[in-house]
Ligand binder design. Structure first.
Ligand SMILES: CC(C)(COP(=O)(O)OP(=O)(O)OC[C@H]1O[C@@H](n2cnc3c(N)ncnc32)[C@H](O)[C@@H]1OP(=O)(O)O)[C@@H](O)C(=O)NCCC(=O)NCCS
Length: 228
């Protein structure tokens, strides 16, 4: 085969792989079945499924939380000595441990939760919070989370789209908050019609709101980022 023939063959191969990945990913997200529960306690999950769901949850938020806690403590500390840093690190571990224990206790009390199942596995979830102090009498999409093993296969997009349709209520704003440094996430939300806005109410001066940006669903005002 001549050079041209090899090139055509390569192109067909690469195209085939890309096409197959697209089709396979579409199949995965299409197979995810979303169900709403007034509280997580209502969801018919076995204890194994529930434990796996908790692991998915920790996989989604632990790393970002650690970064947040450290940043929050550093922003409040004047010390930059080795001793100061050690103190911060000790506090980071303690706070993370406390949060883990607390979230283990309170996880089951989540309300208005949407769970995505792939066959018998929980692969993602989110909640619609309609009484949140920041929501400005609107609804906030909270804790969108996809199992790490299934990311970048369209499941997150499916959840975000589902969250928009199910959390949005006529005449009430729809919003969410996101870590300011997570630009890829901000652009995902922009892609779905969210726009960065100043929060209607200032963020409380606490760890949960440290270094966050507020985004509102305003599809008419949003510009879809080209190169995500
Ligand atoms: C954010 C999250 C839900 C996205 O889920 P996902 O299943 O990976 O999303 P998708 O596969 O639908 O990807 C959506 C788009 O984002 C892109 N994307 C996803 N993760 C990305 C990453 N880490 N870096 C860059 N781009 C990323 C995808 O490539 C895709 O872009 P495309 O449509 O142009 O191909 C998931 O990463 C997650 O659970 N993160 C941890 C929890 C979290 O941070 N939640 C948000 C709280 S505000």
């Amino acid at each position: 085969m001549n050079r041209m023939g090899w090139m055509v063959l390569c192109l067909i191969g690469v195209g085939g792989v890309l096409y197959w990945r697209l089709v396979a990913n579409a199949r995965i997200s299409e197979q995810v079945v979303m169900t709403h529960y007034a509280t997580l306690k209502d969801a018919p999950l076995s204890s194994k499924q529930y434990e796996d769901m908790l692991e998915v949850y920790h996989g989604c938020f632990e790393e970002a939380r650690e970064k947040n806690v450290r940043g929050f403590l550093q922003s409040r500390s004047q010390q930059d000595s080795v001793l100061g840093n050690m103190k911060i690190e000790n506090r980071v571990s303690k706070i993370l441990q406390d949060i883990r224990v607390e979230s283990l206790k309170s996880f089951k009390d989540r309300t208005n939760i949407y769970i995505g199942m792939l066959h018998d596995k929980v692969v993602g979830f989110f909640t619609c919070a309609d009484d949140h102090v920041l929501a400005d009498n609107g609804v906030m999409i909270w804790s969108i989370c996809v199992d790490e093993k299934l990311r970048k296969k369209g499941v997150g997009s499916k959840l975000i789209q589902h969250a928009i349709t199910s959390c949005k209520q006529d005449g009430r704003p729809l919003s969410l908050i996101v870590d300011s440094y997570r630009s890829h996430l901000i652009s995902i939300y922009q892609h779905f019609g969210f726009v960065q806005r100043p929060p209607e109410h200032p963020f409380p001066d606490s760890l949960d709101y440290f270094d966050k940006v507020y985004m509102r669903y305003e599809p008419a005002a949003s510009v879809m980022p080209k190169d995500r």
